[in-house]
Design a protein around this ligand. Structure first.
Ligand SMILES: [Zn+2]
Length: 316
């Protein structure tokens, strides 16, 4: 069986981050048609039986997962699933629910959707040079003028923001960037994320809500106490909000380097039963028995009708 990952799913609304990589609603519908014709979309009870080892997962079994607690999931995904009598697993980072602020990862998406990679990268390197405590990682500075291809500059820009700039300086740097690129400042969390009420509605309509950390960091970049806080607090916060136990976790970014063996232990200690990565693969009986905290997923873009409207490189 396989779990499929979705992020932005929307018609061409022009709403932020418009132009950013997303699965067009039509593509989502076509993909669901395709999956319903050729695969077995597992009912919630069958999926749980498989996870608990009470039933062998069908080789063509599929579950749908949706990351980041995006408003798209309420506006466009939920009605589509409801109509087809399907369900999904929704992984939500809790900061936007609590303080109504956008997560750094999505501020970067909005910047990338509004401005060219080259101008963003040039401005960012400029800001880093001016910043007393920050130096430009060599790898990012070298060859920047040799290769001005937009795809490459976006990749480098995102890498700097998401991986290289120390988390304690990231808010300052993003603020300086948004000052230079003001289009980004007009976007509010309410334009982008589910509200607590919408999340409750999702839960009440039979969807399953899982945690996706508090602030969507690369967990392996944090100290163990900070990782523990991100993992534990996201579970507690969602549990309070929905008045339920939260059994599922998805590692932010989700690649092999985004979490460690210790991270996995912390996920276990926090009380989660199952966790998903973004490493591609099918979920086998062995995975469920031996590695329930690193279940693989497959991105929707790799499946029939998953072509994206605006395909920027290396999206997460
Ligand atoms: Zn995410």
């Amino acid at each position: 069986m396989q779990a499929i990952t979705y992020h932005y799913v929307r018609p061409e609304t022009g709403e932020p981050p418009a132009g950013y990589y997303h699965l067009p609603l039509e593509g989502f519908r076509a993909q669901l048609d395709y999956l319903e014709d050729t695969h077995t979309l597992l009912s919630k009870s069958t999926f749980f039986e498989c996870l608990r080892g009470d039933r062998r997962p069908p080789a063509d079994g599929v579950v749908l997962t949706f990351d980041d607690g995006l408003l798209d999931h309420y506006r466009w995904v939920l009605p589509e699933l409801d109509e087809r009598d399907l369900w999904g697993l929704f992984f939500v980072a809790t900061d936007p629910l609590v303080d109504g602020r956008r997560l750094p990862v999505h501020r970067v998406h909005t910047l990338v959707s509004c401005y060219s990679g080259t101008e963003l990268l040039d401005a960012l390197l400029d800001i880093l040079r001016d910043h007393d405590q920050l130096s430009v990682p060599e790898q990012s500075a070298e060859g920047m003028y040799a290769d001005r291809d937009t795809g490459e500059s976006i990749r480098r820009f995102k890498r700097l923001c998401n991986q290289d700039i120390p988390y304690e300086h990231l808010p300052d740097v993003l603020e300086a960037l948004e000052y230079r690129f003001p289009e980004d400042r007009s976007v509010e969390a309410a334009d982008l994320y589910l509200s607590p009420d919408q999340l409750r509605e999702l839960d009440a309509s039979g969807m399953v809500v899982g945690a996706h950390s508090v602030s969507h960091p690369v967990l392996s970049r944090l100290s163990l106490p900070d990782q523990r806080t991100e993992i534990r607090n996201s579970r507690r916060r969602l549990g309070e909000l929905l008045d339920t136990e939260v059994d599922f976790f998805a590692y932010p970014y989700g690649g092999t380097s985004s979490y460690s063996a210790r991270t996995r232990e912390l996920v276990h200690e926090a009380g989660f039963e199952w966790a998903f990565t973004t490493q591609p693969g099918t979920i086998t009986t062995t995975d469920m028995a031996n590695s329930p905290l690193t279940l693989p997923r497959r991105d929707c873009t790799g499946i029939e009708h998953g072509e994206t409207a605006a395909s920027l490189p290396d999206q997460t």
